[in-house]
Design a binder for this molecule. Structure first.
Ligand code: AMP
Ligand code: ZN
Length: 469
């Protein structure tokens, strides 16, 4: 069944129409979070891509079935090129916080759901956890061993034989014959692999005592890539119309997943591989070491509507790298507030021109169905806002209909200005007095203190003015 939504398939390297192979519902799998920390706004950009696609499909009359996994075991630390080094991210964080690893998982799983709710994301049909789907993975691994796509190494780990899958590299362009031996894919010191590009499906527990399970090959834990094959094959019944993730997952995660899934199923399991480009913040890659990891809670702490993040993402094409800034978030917050205020007033103004609304929303949908060109669709909305001839009621109707895709809560009404706390009021007053006394050193000191507390104070001919930073 055709859907009218065309989207760039990384493997085919061209736009392809999304189709529901089963004839009634588009099956979507989105790689979910590794729940050892809060998701940052970059992760959220990728998760919002799934929401935008399902909303677009639903809007145009096709239902979608979205599954998003929760990785709570088996995702090892990575170095700069994605090679696995170090220990399981869950166990490392469990040590750092001195909390049981399953508790760490549930804690960050809860914040993940809180963030999605704050961003108006329509929940997926299921969020299966890796730790609760081990039997699915064991079955799949056994199947791959039986069909000679995998083997048990002398170290008790089970490896996928990369050479056994002819199409390896089709998604990323990384061909096995051009991948250099010595490039690290999995355990650095992994001597039991038969070929440098093979990867572990099951890892022997060795000295590890937590987050391990029994298996036909002894106690151990699953590799990261096998979980997505096992879950997508099982929960989407062997047919994935659309597979989503951030661009960094193209290789090796998705290349390996495709090799596993296709080898087990005997056919091409995923029709469309869709990758969202990465988000930078203030021009830099977000990383803990650089100290510039931004969370949704940081956006909220600055007094900004979390949906301003959603608007910023919609104003950029998912396939372009995007540089998010605090200024852009503030501008989006102002826009949202203005639109909500206007929406309320427009509703009272005149009659709805139904024909215009139908044409306008059809035009916007066409933009979005063209590889999710939301920036172009939003330009039309901005033009509509300024139109001097249309009735307010018509504008309000267009905003309301399109918000089913944008998810910006445009009918909410304007937010009242958040007032200063009594402590900040006192500081502002102390600064006013300091300026009257011409004690400018003190006045500057208070201004800096307030800036540190998130309030920007400016001196104007009318006195002090403040704004949340
Ligand atoms: P993780 O929790 O690290 O497994 O990542 C969850 C998702 O976020 C994956 O689809 C990643 O590809 C994606 N991702 C990671 N960093 C970024 C970023 N800076 N911008 C956009 N997506 C990202
Ligand atoms: Zn995945």
């Amino acid at each position: 069944m055709n859907t009218g939504l065309f989207i760039f398939d990384t493997k085919a390297r061209e736009l392809k129409e999304v189709c529901a192979k089963n004839g009634f519902e588009v099956q979507i799998y989105c790689c979910g979070p590794t729940v050892y920390r809060d998701a940052h706004v970059g992760n959220l950009r990728t998760f919002l891509l799934g929401d935008l696609i399902t909303r677009t499909l639903t809007f145009s009359g096709t239902s979608a079935n979205l599954i998003q996994n929760i990785t709570d075991v088996g995702h090892m630390g990575e170095d700069f090129d994605g090679s696995e080094i170090g220990e399981d991210k869950m166990l490392a964080q469990s040590k750092a916080e001195a909390i049981d690893p399953f508790e760490i998982a549930r804690k960050y799983e809860a914040t993940f759901h809180r963030d999605l709710a704050g961003l108006n994301v329509i929940p997926a049909a299921k969020y299966p956890k890796a730790s609760e789907t081990i039997p699915l993975m064991l079955d799949l691994i056994s199947n791959l061993i039986a069909s000679n796509h995998a083997y048990v190494g002398s170290d008790g780990c089970v490896y996928f034989a990369a050479n056994s899958f002819a199409g390896y590299g089709d998604i990323s362009g990384n061909r096995l014959d051009s991948l250099k031996p010595g490039h690290r894919y999995e355990y650095v010191d992994d001597g039991a692999k038969k070929f440098h590009a093979d990867w572990a499906l099951w890892k022997a527990a060795e000295n590890r005592t937590q987050m391990i399970w029994d298996s036909p090959w002894g106690p151990g834990f699953p590799g990261w890539h096998i979980e997505c094959s096992a879950m997508s094959l099982h929960f989407l019944e062997g047919n994935v119309d659309l597979h989503l993730g951030g661009i960094d997952l193209r290789f090796p995660h998705h290349e390996n997943e495709r090799a596993q899934s296709n080898s087990a199923a005997g056919y091409e399991v995923v029709e469309n591989w869709v990758h969202g480009e990465h988000l930078l913040f203030e021009g830099r890659k977000m990383s803990k070491s650089a100290g510039n990891v931004v969370l949704l809670s940081d956006v909220i702490a600055k007094g900004l509507d979390p949906l301003s993040l959603r608007l910023c993402f919609l104003e950029n094409r998912y396939r372009s790298q995007m540089d998010l800034t605090w200024d852009a978030l503030k501008a989006a917050d102002t826009t949202l507030n203005r639109w909500r205020g206007k929406y309320t007033n427009w509703c009272e103004d005149g009659d709805v021109d139904e024909k215009f609304v139908a044409d306008f929303t059809e035009g916007s949908l066409q933009d979005i169905q063209n590889d999710l060109d939301t920036p172009r669709a939003l330009q039309q909305l901005r033009k509509l806002e300024k139109d001097e001839f249309l009735s307010g009621a018509t504008k309000a109707a267009c905003f309301e209909v399109m918000d089913q895709i944008y998810g910006l809560d445009l009918q909410r009404g304007e937010a009242p200005k958040v007032e200063l706390t009594p402590e900040l009021e006192n500081l502002l007053e102390a600064r006013r007095v300091a300026r009257l006394d011409k004690d400018f050193a003190k006045s500057d000191e208070i201004r800096d203190l307030m800036a540190g507390l998130g309030v920007l104070v400016k001196d104007t001919p009318g006195g002090q003015e403040w704004n949340w930073i």
